[in-house]
Design a protein around this ligand. Structure first.
Ligand code: ADP
Ligand code: MG
Length: 344
């Protein structure tokens, strides 16, 4: 298919609990386009796999269902094609292309339509025509539709009426699985411990995660050396110490976690053992352990001089709880994202 990347398939899309719902929905759509989940909205941050998952739907339908017309387009291209059509007076051709000649319409990054009033109008009518004809639509977006600005309400409500699924940052195991899959696909033999190192250090963006491994694979090929932990450390210094992550202090994590739970950093450091305090305290320790190099002893000191075994216990508590409470992991991932995202 001319518009779809061959490697953006379900086979190459590693499933973890961060994306399980979205991935299963996507497969359901691919099995039965236009039937149940229409439209489908996939949302998630940068590098979270939105484009990959959407194109997997396209590729799967293309393989299995001969003759289905699948159109994949980025919102940006849609805008510029429409603007050109208006300038050239070829709107009718544009309408034909997107309203009458499509079985599956995939539009990537629809937040890009913000402030583009006439294109939004056009999309609205396109949407209605396809919807009435039971043609499948899938859109990706970087935020929930309710948070779109400069966006026609009637269009927002159209986006919201189907199935909305989101892609969260992957956990450590899923990150590692993604790298292993890549390692296999490219027939390279990067040692497992090196992939573990990368998974530990690059936590929020799958694109960055993959880029790190790509670099090492290239290094092995071009320099002709086997990749050791030391070489990996050295080559990925920049990616590991991206400025965004360099200034993560225990203080900062405590501030963000306490804000989220509506308590104070002093509560986290203090002696209180009520559940409203201990739970955030454990989460906070867990996050620090996950994303910084501080030892459990150092962490304990910053929590009112607690012992390192207390810190280890707290982290274990959170890990255990993640296995039974499916809301905990997304919560932790979102907190980690906040810690990393907004400077100081
Ligand atoms: P987005 O569109 O959300 O910014 P992409 O779909 O471009 O993200 O994904 C970024 C990179 O991460 C791509 O190389 C993609 O193949 C890869 N990727 C994302 N999610 C997964 C996953 N679950 N398994 C394997 N690779 C993934
Ligand atoms: Mg994308």
């Amino acid at each position: 298919h001319p518009q779809l990347r061959e490697d953006y398939t379900f086979d190459n899309f590693i499933i973890g609990n961060n994306n399980e719902f979205a991935a299963n929905a996507a497969k359901g759509i691919a099995d039965n386009p236009g039937a149940n989940y229409n439209p489908c909205l996939i949302y998630g941050g940068v590098g979270m796999g939105k484009t990959h998952l959407m194109q997997s739907i396209g590729n799967s339908i293309y393989q299995k269902m001969n003759g289905k017309k699948i159109v994949f387009i980025s919102a940006e291209t849609f805008v510029s094609e429409f603007v050109q059509a208006v300038q050239k007076g070829s709107q009718q051709a544009f309408k034909n292309k997107y309203r009458n000649n499509v079985d599956v319409l995939l539009i990537d990054d629809i937040h890009e339509f913000h402030s583009k009033e006439s294109t939004q109008d056009e999309l609205f009518h396109t949407f209605n025509a396809l919807y009435d004809a039971n043609k499948q639509m899938v859109f990706t977006i970087d935020r929930p539709p309710s948070e779109l600005v400069n966006f026609a309400n009637r269009l927002k409500s159209r986006f919201e009426m189907g199935l909305n699924v989101d892609l969260q940052p992957p956990n450590y195991e899923t990150r590692l699985a993604i790298l292993k899959n890549m390692n296999e696909n490219s027939h390279s033999n990067i040692p497992e411990e090196v992939m573990e190192l990368i998974s530990k250090n690059i936590t929020t963006n799958i694109r960055d995660l993959k880029a790190a491994l790509t670099k090492l694979i290239a290094y092995a090929e071009l320099v002709g050396k086997n990749i050791t932990l030391e070489i990996a450390q050295n080559q990925l210094k920049q990616a590991f110490n991206a400025p965004i992550q360099a200034n993560i202090t225990i203080d900062r994590v405590q501030r963000i976690v306490s804000e989220y739970f509506n308590i104070t950093p002093n509560d986290l450091k203090g002696k209180k053992r009520t559940k409203v305090i201990t739970y955030p305290r454990q989460i906070c320790m867990y996050i620090i352990r996950e994303i910084t190099d501080f030892s459990t002893t150092e962490i304990g000191l910053e929590f009112g001089g607690r012992d390192h075994t207390t810190v280890m216990h707290s982290c274990q508590r959170i890990e255990d709880r993640m296995k039974t409470d499916s809301t905990l992991e997304p919560l932790v991932m979102n907190l980690i994202r906040s810690v990393k995202e907004h400077g100081n």
